[in-house]
Design a protein around this ligand. Structure first.
Ligand SMILES: NC(=O)c1ccc[n+]([C@@H]2O[C@H](COP(=O)([O-])OP(=O)(O)OC[C@H]3O[C@@H](n4cnc5c(N)ncnc54)[C@H](O)[C@@H]3O)[C@@H](O)[C@H]2O)c1
Length: 309
C-alpha cells in the first residue's frame, strides 16, 4: 500500500470531510463506516464537497473526479491493515473509541500512526488500554475540514516525539495547518477560545443585551474579519498592551464566568430547535440560508486555499 494512504474509521460529518481533504491532496482514503444508512450517503456528501470546491475554482472537473476516485468505502478493519495512518472519527463516546483502538491494534502494522479526531477527550484517557501508546495522538480537524485548514495535534504523555513529527508532516502534505500543543487540556486551544466567546454570547442573550443576529453581526463585522489576519495576541500587541491592560482591568471582572447562558441553549433544545440540521436553532435554517452560507464559504474561504495535487 502506498505511504500516501489514510484509513478513516467513521464516515459521518467529519470522516467524510477528512477523507475528501486527503483525497484532494493525492492520498488514497479508505473509509470504514458501520452504519449502512450513513454509508449510502457518503458518495453524495463527498460529491457536495467537491462541487463546492469546483464552484470556488479551487479544483477543476478532472481534479474533482480524481479525488472522488481516490476514496474507497471498505467493509471491515482488516482493509486498513497496511495503512500507515488511521484516523478514528466515530462518535464522541469514550468506551466506543477505546474498544475500536483495541480492534485496530490487532490489525495495524506496529509503526502505523493511530490518531483520534475527538473534540474533547484527552489523549491519555483515550489511550489508556493501548498496547502501543507511543504511536497514538489526537488530530483535531475542524468542520468543515475542506475549508478550515487548522488541525490541532495533541500528543499524550506517552506519545513518541517521532509520532508527532510524522503526523505533522502528513498534515502539512495535505495542505492542512497543523499546530502542536505542548500539553493536553480539555477543549485543546480552539474550542477553549470558541467556548469562551460562545459563553459570553449566550450570556448577552440571557441578560437581554441583544439578540442572536446582533451578536453575530458584531463578531462578523469586527473580530471575525480581524482574526483571519491577526490572532487575539497579535491584536493585543497592535492595540498596545498598556491599553489592553487598562481595558481588561475593568472589563474582565464584568465578563461572565458562570454557565448561566447554557439555559438559552436548553430552551432552544426543549423546543426541538437543535440547530441547522433540525431546520431551526437561533435562526430558521431554510434552504436559502444554507445556500447563502455555502456561497459565502465559496467566495471568502476557499479561493486558493487548497493544494493542487
Ligand atoms: N461535528 C463536528 O463539528 C466535529 C468537529 C471536530 C471533531 N468532531 C469529533 O469527530 C468525531 C466524529 O464526529 P462527527 O460529527 O463526524 O460524528 P457523526 O455521528 O457524524 O459520524 C460518526 C460516524 O461514525 C460511525 N461509526 C460509529 N462507530 C463506528 C465504528 N466502530 N466503525 C466505523 N464507523 C463507526 C457512525 O455510524 C457515524 O456515521 C467525534 O469524536 C466528534 O466529537 C466533530
Amino acid at each position: 500500500m502506498s505511504t500516501k494512504t489514510v484509513g478513516i474509521v467513521g464516515g459521518g460529518l467529519m470522516g467524510a470531510g477528512i477523507a475528501a481533504k486527503f483525497a484532494l491532496a493525492g492520498h488514497a482514503a479508505l473509509v470504514l463506516e458501520t452504519s449502512p444508512e450513513r454509508r449510502a450517503t457518503i458518495p453524495a456528501v463527498i460529491g457536495g464537497i467537491l462541487q463546492e470546491l469546483q464552484a470556488a475554482g479551487a479544483i477543476d472537473a478532472a481534479g474533482s473526479a480524481a479525488a472522488a476516485a481516490r476514496i474507497t468505502l471498505v467493509g471491515d478493519l482488516t482493509a486498513l491493515a497496511t495503512a500507515p495512518l488511521v484516523i478514528e472519527v466515530i462518535p464522541e463516546v469514550l468506551a466506543a473509541k477505546q474498544e475500536l483502538y483495541q480492534q485496530l491494534e490487532a490489525v495495524l502494522a506496529p509503526d502505523a500512526l493511530l490518531a483520534s479526531n475527538t473534540s474533547g477527550f484527552l489523549p491519555d484517557a483515550l489511550g489508556t488500554g493501548l498496547a502501543r501508546p507511543e504511536r497514538f495522538l489526537i488530530t483535531h480537524f475542524w468542520n468543515p475540514p475542506h475549508a478550515i485548514p487548522l488541525v490541532e495535534v495533541v500528543p499524550g504523555t506517552r506519545t513518541a516525539p517521532a509520532t508527532v513529527e510524522r503526523t505533522v508532516a502528513v498534515l502539512r502534505a495535505i495542505g492542512a495547518e497543523p499546530v502542536v500543543l505542548r500539553k493536553a487540556v480539555p477543549g485543546f486551544i480552539g474550542n477553549r477560545l470558541q467556548f469562551a466567546v460562545l459563553r459570553e454570547a449566550l450570556h448577552l442573550i440571557h441578560t437581554g443585551v441583544a439578540d442572536a443576529e446582533t451578536i453575530d453581526t458584531v463578531m462578523k463585522a469586527s473580530l471575525g474579519r480581524r482574526y483571519a489576519i491577526a490572532g487575539p495576541l497579535e491584536s493585543a500587541d497592535l492595540g498596545g498592551l498598556e491599553t489592553i491592560l487598562k481595558v481588561g482591568t475593568h472589563l474582565l471582572p464584568a465578563i461572565t464566568a458562570d454557565g448561566s447562558g447554557l439555559e438559552v441553549l436548553r430552551a432552544h433544545i426543549a423546543r426541538g430547535e437543535t440547530g441547522a440540521a433540525s431546520g431551526k436553532g437561533f435562526y430558521p435554517w431554510t434552504d436559502e440560508r444554507r445556500a447563502a452560507m455555502r456561497q459565502k464559504r465559496v467566495t471568502f474561504q476557499l479561493q486558493g486555499r487548497l493544494p493542487s495535487g
